[in-house]
Design a protein around this ligand. Structure first.
Ligand SMILES: C[S@@+](CC[C@H](N)C(=O)[O-])C[C@H]1O[C@@H](n2cnc3c(N)ncnc32)[C@H](O)[C@@H]1O
Length: 262
């Protein structure tokens, strides 16, 4: 069960303890969800251009790096997990640069400079980083005026770990989405992964308002948004029409793009 989020706690932990599990599941190129859904949605919003400097915050093993390189932009990834960064460095050759650092204290990262990036992204990481305001303030510090920031996350309105799920309405023969909590921010210990028993990661549920407010408080203006439904990877032929409809109606991911004023 989650508890209320409290910004006085120390900042979120790296995924070092679950790095082997995460690499086994997603690999350095990302999972199928990464490759077919979230990376295309994120790059469409971020629109990296040739020669631009792009910062990937909470980059893990750098699943975003190849897509940025293909567009001719210069990639820097930062993550708190030394293991994931070491793996990223081994896997992604070429121009990509990977740094160990805390997203909530970006000015302390030795090889990062203020106002040096054209665009920044949190790819499935913003909901694992706490406090939110420090993470958004860090992105604002790293971006040039007019720089772009994209948050790509599991949809906070429909996908709340342990507090949402599917239900079946027998009378109407429809699958509905059930939400138990929404407005209360929650600090949620996630399940133990693989052999990394006892090593739980944490996810921070916040209502949509928290993201919009944190962006606005740090001088960002939201100018684009995408809601991405889940895919039917491996779904059997027999999957009912009701289930399919529900998956198409309730997005799995949310992308927000914001521009730094000034
Ligand atoms: C779900 S993983 C996503 C990784 C990568 N973006 C991807 O899509 O494969 C979340 C990442 O956030 C990182 N993280 C959590 N708190 C952090 C912090 N305070 N500073 C930097 N990275 C952090 C974790 O180490 C982990 O790699």
């Amino acid at each position: 069960m989650g508890r209320n989020s409290n910004s006085k706690r120390p900042s979120s932990n790296s995924w070092d303890a679950v790095a082997n599990w995460y690499l086994g599941w997603a690999g350095a190129e990302g999972s199928r969800h990464h490759r077919e859904l979230v990376i295309p949605a994120l790059t469409a919003l971020l629109a990296p251009r040739s020669g631009e400097r792009i910062l990937d915050i909470g980059c893990g093993a750098g699943a975003l790096a190849p897509a940025v390189a293909r567009l001719g932009a210069l990639y820097t990834g930062i993550d708190k997990s030394p293991k994931l960064i070491a793996h990223a460095r081994r896997h992604h050759k070429g121009g990509a640069r990977f740094l160990v650092g805390d997203a909530t204290r970006l000015p302390d990262v030795a090889r990062l400079g203020r106002a040096t990036f054209d665009a920044a992204a949190f790819l499935l990481s913003i909901q694992d980083i706490d406090p939110l305001d420090a993470a958004i303030a860090g992105a604002a510090w790293a971006l040039k005026p007019g720089g772009r920031l994209v948050l790509l996350m599991t949809h906070p309105c429909f996908r709340i770990p342990r507090q949402s799920g599917w239900g079946w309405d027998q009378n109407r023969a429809l699958q509905y989405r059930r939400l138990d909590r929404y407005l209360t921010p929650l600090d949620i210990p996630m399940q133990e992964y693989g052999k990394a028993k006892g090593s739980v990661t944490r996810s921070y549920h916040r209502p949509l308002e928290a993201y919009v407010s944190a962006l606005s408080a740090n001088d960002f203006a939201i100018d684009a948004m995408r809601e991405v439904p889940g895919a039917h990877f491996g779904a059997p032929e027999s999957e009912t029409r009701a289930k399919r409809l529900a998956r198409q109606e309730f997005p799995l991911f949310l992308g927000l793009r914001a521009i730094m004023r000034g």
